[in-house]
Structures are given as C-alpha cells and as structure tokens.
Design a protein around this ligand. Sequence first.
Ligand SMILES: Cc1cc2nc3c(=O)[nH]c(=O)nc-3n(C[C@H](O)[C@H](O)[C@H](O)COP(=O)(O)OP(=O)(O)OC[C@H]3O[C@@H](n4cnc5c(N)ncnc54)[C@H](O)[C@@H]3O)c2cc1C
Length: 371
Amino acid sequence: MGTLAVVGGGAIGQGVAWRAAEAGWSVTLFDPAPGSGASWVAGGMLAPLSEGWPGEDRVLEFGAAALARWPEFAARLQAATGVDVLVAAETLTVALDAADAADLRTIADWVGGRALATAVDHDLRVLDRAGVRALEPALARTVRAGLLAAAEPAIDNRRLLDGLRKAGAEAGVRLRSEAVAHLDDLDFDQIVLAAGAASARLLPGLPVRPVKGEILRLRHRPGATPVPHRVIRARVHGRAVYLVPRGDGLVVGATQYEAGFDTTVTVGGVRDLIADAEAILPGIAEYELSEASAGSRPGTPDNLPLIGRHTDRIVVATGHGRNGMLTTPLTVDAVLGELAGTPLPAARSADPRRFSTPAAPAVPSSPGGIR
Ligand SMILES: Cc1cc2nc3c(=O)[nH]c(=O)nc-3n(C[C@H](O)[C@H](O)[C@H](O)COP(=O)(O)OP(=O)(O)OC[C@H]3O[C@@H](n4cnc5c(N)ncnc54)[C@H](O)[C@@H]3O)c2cc1C
C-alpha cells in the first residue's frame, strides 16, 4: 500500500476513499465542494430490474451485480457510522394505458427469464388494477396495472453522503478542498479519477459527458395524502417520472436533457414533473414544494460506467449516468480490486478500454429508463 489521491468527492469518490483508507492506503481526497454534484441531487432508486429491457443484457447484469452488493455495503456503513441509508424496500412501476401495461409484461417476462450471473431475486410480479390499489391506495384511479420489484429498495442519497464522509474521516481520509487542474500535478503512487461529469476535463478523450436532470423535493404536510411505502415509477405522456419516499416526504424526478454543464432549474422542468407526479399521486398537490434542483449525470455512450485502469498510475471511476447510487458499492469493490492488482470479474463490462475497440454499440433507451 502507498499514497492514493482520489479526485472528486461525490458518492463514488468518497466511497472509494473510505474503503481504500480502511484497506491501508494513505488517502487524500481532492474536491472544492465535496458532495455537491449529482450525488447530492439524485433520487436514490436502486432499480436495475424494473428498468430492464430486451437487448440490454450487459446493463442488467451490471445493475444486478451492483444491487446484490448493497445490503453488505449499507450494513458496513451503518456499523461504521450509525447512518442508515435505506428509505424503501420495494419498487412499483405503474401503467396508465394499455401500451404501458404491455411494456410491464415485457419487462417481467424478459428480466424474470434471465439466468443472471449474480444471485439476486429478479422475479417481477405483474399486478392488475386491484392489486396495485391494495398495495398503494393513494395512487390515481387511472392506474390500470403495475409491476412489483420486491428486491429493489431505495436509499437517501444525502444520508449516504453524510455516512461516507463520516466513515472516511474515521478511516483517516484527508480532505483537500481544492480543484485538481492536472492529474500530472499529483505526486501520489496511485490516482483515482472520480470527478463525475467533469472527468473528461482532466482526461480529455474519456467518453463521459454531462446529462442534465432536474428533480424536486416535496415535504408532507399534516392531513395530506400519506407518502407511498414504495418507490413509484411511471410514464406520463411519454415522460418517465418517479416518486421516492423520504422520512418527511417525497423526491420527484427527473427530467433528462443534453444541456452541457447547465444546472439551472427551468420552469418547464418543474411544471412537467409536478404535472406527471400528480397524474400518479393526485394528493401531492397538498404537499409543500421544498426544493427544486438540477445536476449533471455523468453519461457514457452505452449507459455503462467507466471503471478500470487507464495507466499504471491512474484508475478511472466515472460515467455512472443515471445509476451512480445503485452502482456505488460495485464501483468501490472494482476500484479496490484494480488498486490491489486483482480486477473484479463482475466489473469487466465497465472496462474503460472498451471504447478503444470497435465493439461498443450504443444502447437504445428502455421505455422506463430515465433518472
Ligand atoms: C436528477 C438526478 C437523479 C438521479 N437519480 C438517481 C437514482 O435514483 N439512482 C441512481 O442510482 N442514480 C441516480 N442519479 C445518478 C447519480 O446521481 C450519479 O450517477 C452519481 O451521483 C455520480 O456520482 P459521482 O461521484 O461520480 O459524481 P458527482 O456526485 O457529480 O461528484 C463529482 C465530484 O467531483 C468534483 N470535481 C469535479 N471536478 C473536479 C476537479 N477538477 N477536482 C476535484 N474535484 C472535482 C465535484 O465537485 C463533485 O463533488 C441521478 C442523477 C441526477 C442528476
């Protein structure tokens, strides 16, 4: 073990810094504003199964491998810091029309029928109108079908950041509140680049770009419709919308645009999110709108991250797109594997060198795939 610089203090960088320090590395984390990027605004869904779509085998495999690592990761974080990050145990995707109901059946058949390399409960249950209402009575009467993913929980992303910061400090991670201008300036044995959507500024040519997302936080008010027990996902007018429970309300997400590094919250974004959420849960009109924010997802051409060795001294851990919360535990394990010289087989599909060969097809978006 030697000295390690981690560049970027989002969930990925802080997770790597914590576990590397525990493993014996002397870790310095560089970030002018730790925890202020996409990891701060995210919804916190861990939902690779209900986002499954025929043809997206590698994304499903990777997501399932990440999901399987969450219970141990969450338990370890809680043991180290007392912070419990889980906010919901299940995900319910609902359909408002016949086409969406047919899509739910397609997802259930395809995901349920896969022989996944990772042991994870990937059985998805299709529900009729009455079945949905029995689980979540506050949902709109126009909901006609549902898809229950009993193994897909959700976390509070801000509690995750709080826990990772505490765990890192406890493990001896040193924080330098500054931006890194050039990786060559860093006099460390190893460097992990985890600067999210900004990573390509430090490694030009890295295929990662910002994908803007707006998201709302609603606070429950006394007498208002109760917060659903599960994550609720749907498509409304062709747009994906989701509601993620929090102790005091709901997170409503999220828009998706190619807008460079712009993180302005637009009137149109807020309008669409509220209208779509209200079509699913009419009672949200009584909630308080407590926050509207936006962040830059670190997107890649094939919706898989970039995790692995770039040079003898640099490991990259970026490009997590709309799944960075889900894939934090797997990324941390994969980076630690690289640093130890034992790459993790479950992370092979995220090898950043895949784009230097011609065999990296772009993946079409699934109908439910927006975070
Ligand atoms: C609206 C929205 C909703 C989302 N919902 C979900 C969800 O429900 N589930 C899910 O799994 N994922 C979700 N995501 C995706 C997830 O948030 C990201 O994939 C994840 O946060 C990426 O983490 P990161 O640590 O790589 O990046 P970030 O959290 O963006 O952190 C990058 C850090 O790098 C720092 N940095 C940048 N440049 C430098 C530099 N030169 N020197 C030093 N530091 C630097 C920044 O200050 C920042 O703190 C969502 C994203 C958005 C935007």
